[in-house]
Design a protein around this ligand. Structure first.
Ligand code: MTE
Ligand code: MO
Length: 242
């Protein structure tokens, strides 16, 4: 498991001490680990003490990505048992199978992935169904103003305004780097919000609910910006003190 460190910027509600406390708790589990793994954990622990924000940099997920999950385990969903529900303030709520989603027109985008903690993966292809197409098919009601996303990890959530959700560069992604999305990257289906920090791109997507107002997502309740446009001051990225 690898959680996004809490935001360290000005006015962040969750401070450095809380994060270090979490690391210390994690170390309690190390005693039970086999020697090889224990060495690795110790290394991580030392590095983390010098630079808590650098912890995730030591855990590559392949191709420059870091694996993130706020839960310690996530159930697997196969092509046959995966479902994506679209509901809320819509005229035609429905549930999509993976085959349903694959049968819809696919859009491919190639842009930089940018995590708010500073790591970046340049020119990464994502492919999937435009979120706007699913919203149009559902018939969004006049009183709607936002979209909420939920995940089958049972914990993560995200949100967008309806205007943001209707952008052409927001996908319900089935493929990444020209391969079917693997479990660790949020497969079989994740949200991909190209113009925003990667925490917006909810992995293991299972629910799209049209709502009246924006409901802040998992990290947003813990201090991250709800409008997460890349380039705005948001976390450490452009903070000269870190
Ligand atoms: N369900 C879920 N989605 C998530 C997260 C998470 O912890 N759980 N972390 C977010 C963050 S902070 C990042 S940087 C990316 C990481 O995606 P990756 O694991 O494919 O690199 O997923 C985002 N989506
Ligand atoms: Mo992130």
């Amino acid at each position: 498991m690898n959680q996004e460190p809490p935001p360290q910027g000005r006015g962040a509600p969750v401070g450095r001490r809380v994060f270090l406390g979490t690391l210390a708790l994690g170390a309690l589990g190390v005693a039970a680990a086999p020697p090889l793994q224990r060495g690795m954990e110790t290394l991580l622990g030392n590095a983390a003490q010098k630079d808590p924000t650098g912890l995730t940099g030591l855990l590559p997920n392949g191709g420059g990505f870091r694996y993130y999950s706020v839960t310690s385990s996530v159930p697997h969903r196969s092509a046959t048992d995966y479902r994506l529900t679209v509901d809320g303030l819509v005229d035609h709520p429905r549930s999509y199978t993976l085959a349903d989603l694959k049968a819809l027109p696919q859009t491919r985008l190639v842009k930089d992935v940018q995590c708010v903690t500073g790591w970046r993966v340049p020119q990464t292809p994502f492919e999937g169904v435009r979120l706007s197409a699913l919203l149009d098919a559902a018939g969004v009601r006049a009183e709607a103003g936002a979209v909420r996303f939920t995940c089958f990890d049972g914990a993560y959530s995200e949100s967008l305004t309806l205007d943001q959700a209707r952008r052409a560069d927001v996908l319900v992604a089935l493929r990444m780097q020209d391969e079917d999305l693997g479990h660790n990257h949020g497969g079989p289906v994740r949200l991909y919000v190209a113009p925003m920090y990667f925490y917006k791109s909810a992995k293991w997507l299972s629910g799209i609910t049209v709502t009246e107002d924006v409901r802040p997502g998992y990290w947003e309740k813990r201090g991250y910006d709800v409008d997460a446009w890349v380039g705005r001051s948001n976390g450490r990225d452009d903070d000269p003190t870190t």
